[in-house]
Write a protein of this length. Structure first.
Lengths: 434, 249
């Protein structure tokens, strides 16, 4: 019996040594092994990374959902009575480690699926991971947006920065923090660039690494491209949007009810995709609708918080039991361009008469930070050649701006390959602090 | 409802009048007519619409459920999950789901559904014996899946419409028909009295409590986390759609 144990122990030890020895090697070979399965950027964007292609991590992050008292003086409107503060999460290491802030994409919360992927990757790479909702997320608008009208990159960065300082101050005493890093995907990447730039002046964090994942160049272009998918793929008849949403839900529900019901966790989308085989028109419409839905949440929240009379009549106080159904109908109908011209622009013109349509449009872009992004050796960028949110010429712009700090994957659409091990290890390898 | 609507319209009309005599300026004003009245047509049927004449009551109940969930139900479920190991939790779920086969059987019978009847009967027989009083679920392992049937579906099978949408305390989304269904299913459980409550009155309170905790433990949904202002509408729509599809099975 003791002999048995000894042999088993030796074998384990060997396995461990081998593992350590080939561990590094394994990682190196992975880099060339980009086998992301979808060439169609629409499929990639909708389906993402199916579990067989997903990166696996040894440890589940000990993620804690936390609440920060509202940072805003105004009290939450009655109709948002349930917004009790800013929600975020922290996955802390037991030991001394750098802290990374991760910023979610348009309309996404700190606990969205993509945020969970990034949290896993970065936690397993040794970071304390703080996950933040997008400034366009309803909870963020109510609890942390100074203006109440998100999408303005400079203002959003100031809001995020205040939040990040509060969170750091709250946890600093208990955590050993050895440095700071910053990342975000999609709109969150643009937010990260502006926060990094702000930090050069404010010096609260002195980020050692900043990683922009699938950033937009011009928000205006990106949003119009995504919104355009809706117009291009659904008839202009206003009822057709609602009808299509109805059909999608019907399809999902039908699959769930079928003889071999699909487990709606995990690979649900991939299974639905395999089952329904939607064409590019349906996929395009789906992306457009999903964006429109999150923009509807944002529009209504911004309008209620600022009481500008855009969706609801100014001065009308909505109570916690009032019907919001007609606001849902109205806000999902509004194309981004219309919102920009009729709400966003007048709102910022009212605050600052210097604002013109053109200079406001120009400011919603990475271009005002161009000199900084060209010269800052700590800011990195990763994207995909077929990213749906980039207009003609914008990939080239990103490549020339970031130079050697840019990495462009051949496929993946908009954040579709985020969970792929090669994509993720590029992120963690770049962000790892020396 | 209608009062609220007429309020909306009169305020909209008022703001229209006001912008009519406003000064001209090169700074654009925010939409002169609130979009809600400019875009939404009250006599058009939208797919998101659900018959909800008691919306005010329902929303209050939804808000109550949110608070109940947040301050009582979920903390209790969290404690339950922290104390019990996962396999024990699963066994408890299996146990209640096995008792539920009585209702599945009765309702498949009432809907003349042979396959569902066979499934309920064989699952109950296998899981009660091989599965040790239902604490284990070998039937699923043998490929016999649970087919949920309730009295709400039975009513629907015999032609009853769903009636108005109704949010119940603690239970959440329902309809008049499904509420009646719940009551009948509960009555049936009581009549069959598998756990012999008649002779053990204390037992009932304990079992009902554990059953409720187990049911909540199995649903990952959390009320009003702040992602969307339109959660009530979305849940109402999803519930209605789900019940329509349940009826098609």
């Amino acid at each position: 019996m003791p002999k048995e144990i000894l042999r088993w122990g030796l074998a384990t030890l060997f396995a461990l040594i081998l593992n350590v020895a080939i561990g590094a090697d394994h990682k190196a070979t992975q880099i060339t092994d980009y086998d992301y399965p979808f060439d169609d950027p629409l499929v990639a964007t909708v389906v993402g990374t199916p579990s067989d292609w997903q990166a696996k991590f040894p440890q589940k992050p000990p993620s804690e959902q936390l609440l920060l008292d509202s940072l805003i003086e105004r009290s939450a409107p009655e109709v948002f009575w349930y917004q009790e503060g800013l929600r975020y999460s922290l996955a802390a290491q037991q030991h001394d480690a750098p802290m990374v802030f991760v910023i979610a994409g348009t309309g996404a919360g700190f606990d969205s699926a993509k945020m969970k992927v990034l949290e896993s990757a970065l936690y397993n790479d040794g970071f304390h991971v703080v996950s933040l909702s997008s400034p366009t997320y309803a909870n963020f608008i109510v609890s942390a947006s100074e203006t109440g009208v998100p999408g303005h990159l400079t203002n959003d960065a100031a809001d995020l920065y205040r939040v990040m300082i509060k969170i750091r101050d709250r946890h600093q005493a208990k955590l050993d923090i050895s440095g700071y890093a910053l990342t975000g995907y999609s709109l969150g990447a643009a937010n990260a660039a502006y926060v990094a730039h702000l930090d050069e002046k404010e010096k609260e964090f002195d980020f050692q690494r900043v990683m922009l994942i699938n950033p937009p160049v011009s928000l205006f272009n990106s949003v119009n491209l995504i919104d355009g998918l809706l117009a291009k793929n659904l008839s202009s008849d206003p009822a057709s949007v609602d009808k299509f949403i109805g059909e999608v839900f019907d399809e999902l529900a039908e699959i769930q009810q079928s003889d071999a019901p699909i487990d709606m966790s995990g690979d649900a989308l991939y299974k639905v995709y395999n089952h329904a085989q939607p064409g590019d028109r349906a996929l395009g419409a789906l992306i457009g609708i999903s964006f429109r839905t999150s923009s509807a949440n944002m529009l209504f929240t911004a309008d209620v918080v600022t009481d500008q009379g855009y969706l609801k009549p100014a001065g009308l106080t909505l109570g916690s039991a009032d019907s919001l159904t007609s606001y849902l109908k109205a806000s999902t109908r509004i194309p981004f361009l219309e919102y920009f011209d009729e709400f966003f622009l007048p709102y910022y013109q009212k605050r600052d008469p210097q604002v013109t349509r053109q200079n406001l449009l120009d400011s919603l872009s990475l271009k005002p930070l161009e000199a900084y992004l060209i010269n800052s050796s700590k800011v990195f960028m990763v994207t995909n050649r077929d990213d749906l949110i980039l207009a003609v010429g914008e990939i080239e712009y990103l490549e020339s701006t970031f130079g050697a700090r840019a990495r462009v994957f051949p496929t993946g659409g908009h954040c579709g390959n985020l969970a792929h091990p090669v994509f993720l290890s590029h992120i963690t390898d770049t962000m790892r602090l020396q | 409802m209608t009062k609220h609507l007429s309020n909306l319209i009169s305020i909209a009309a008022l703001s229209l009048l006001m912008t009519g005599c406003g000064t001209t300026s090169n700074i654009k004003e925010i939409a002169p007519t609130p979009k809600v009245s400019a875009i939404v047509s009250t006599d058009l049927h939208y797919p998101i619409d659900v018959y909800d004449p008691w919306e005010g009551f329902n929303r209050r109940m939804y808000n109550f459920n949110t608070k109940f969930d947040r301050y009582i139900f979920i903390p209790v479920v969290n404690a339950y999950e922290a104390v019990l190991p996962d396999p024990v939790e699963d066994s408890i779920s299996n146990f209640f789901s096995n008792l539920g086969e009585i209702g599945n059987f009765a309702n498949s019978l009432l809907q003349l559904k042979g396959k569902a009847m066979a499934s309920a009967a064989s699952r109950f027989a296998i899981n009660t014996t091989v599965g040790i009083l239902g604490f284990f679920d070998p039937a699923t392992y043998f490929g016999i899946n649970e087919l949920d049937e309730d009295f709400g579906q039975t009513l629907s099978y015999w032609g009853a419409g769903s009636g108005p949408y109704l949010v119940l305390p603690v239970f959440g989304p329902s309809s008049v028909r499904d509420t009646a269904g719940l009551a009948v299913d509960a009555w049936l459980d009581n009549e069959v009295d598998l756990l012999n409550y008649d002779d053990h009155t204390n037992r009932e309170a304990v079992v009902v409590t554990v059953k409720a905790i187990d049911a909540r433990h199995n649903v990952s949904f959390r009320y009003l986390q702040g992602s969307t202002p339109f959660e009530y509408e979305k849940i109402r729509y999803l519930y209605t759609k789900k019940r329509e599809l349940d009826a098609l099975k």
